[in-house]
Ligand binder design. Sequence first.
Ligand code: ZN
Ligand code: ZN
Ligand code: ZN
Length: 364
Amino acid sequence: MDALLLSHGADLPWLTGYRAMPLERLTMLVLRATGDPVLVVPALEAPRVAGADDLFTVLAWGETEDPLDQVCSLLSNTGNTGSTGSTGAGGRFAISDRAWATTLMALQGRLPAARWIEASAVTSPIRAVKDTLELEALRSAGAAADRVAAVLQAGEIGLIGHTESEVSGRLSALLIAEGHDHVNFAIVGSGPNAASPHHEPGGRVIGRGETVVCDFGGTYSLDGDVGYCSDITRTVVTGEPSDEVAECYLALMSAQQAAVAAARSGVTAEHVDKVAREIIGDAGFGDLFVHRTGHGIGIEEHEDPYLVSGNSEQLRPGHAFSVEPGIYKPGQFGMRLEDIVVIGEDGMPEPLNSAEHGLVIVER
Ligand code: ZN
Ligand code: ZN
Ligand code: ZN
């Protein structure tokens, strides 16, 4: 690459500690193969770019200026190895996957001979392997989410007679009380709604004898650093479960625990998915497990590596991901069990969540 161009999305805060607001105004880190990195930033946002002096130069643009002039002038000084000349007309540039389409299209208009790839081709493999501080943040986030799950499982949140939205609100407030900076989501799906994996919690009143899928997480930061994510799912049942629900849950739990145990350095991401899928399939519920087994997690809720059939990438120390099989019976019930797992230096799985894995009955 002649330059990495980082705008909106997680790559910029991951690399610099600065998170751009999702404004229409352009923010772009221009990280050239040669030359100092420059952050092109709206003048009104410049005060938020703190303590970056030794990392990059800040180039603030005023409301009547065109920031693309600044970006293109920086790019015209790139090496352009193997490109069409020294004017910057050629060159290979990697741009944030989450940059606005308008930004990329304007750059393509100005640099018609340039070739573009997604920044994730450069950043994802590096981001997927967490360093010590990142692991510390993920562990703290996981422990905080565990404490919220424990409150749910202890029956301290009223379920029967309450709406999904109310329960979602309680879980969200607890995530903040336990140290998260932001709530990213608090899915609560009860009864037939539990069969929709990403159900939007609504006005449905939770009844007796229903499964309630609670999947929640937030962003947690240590010492004001950029935040890392938690993500946990626990399914509870409001009263004695039916034989069918109990049988499904046993298959779910053994699939989840076998998949966690199988997640070791050197095995492929798809192998972990296969382990979970085989156990649920052998129990006769294979058709009801409708999503991949897991996703990487870090500064973003979903990132590489994905535990999905077709991903032959090998797991390695520092990888962090969810293991979250589910069983969903349309119109009736659903269940999911999710922990975040890290591959340790010894190559073994280290679960970051330890809240009760069995089917907990909450009779209130
Ligand atoms: Zn999800
Ligand atoms: Zn989740
Ligand atoms: Zn997840």
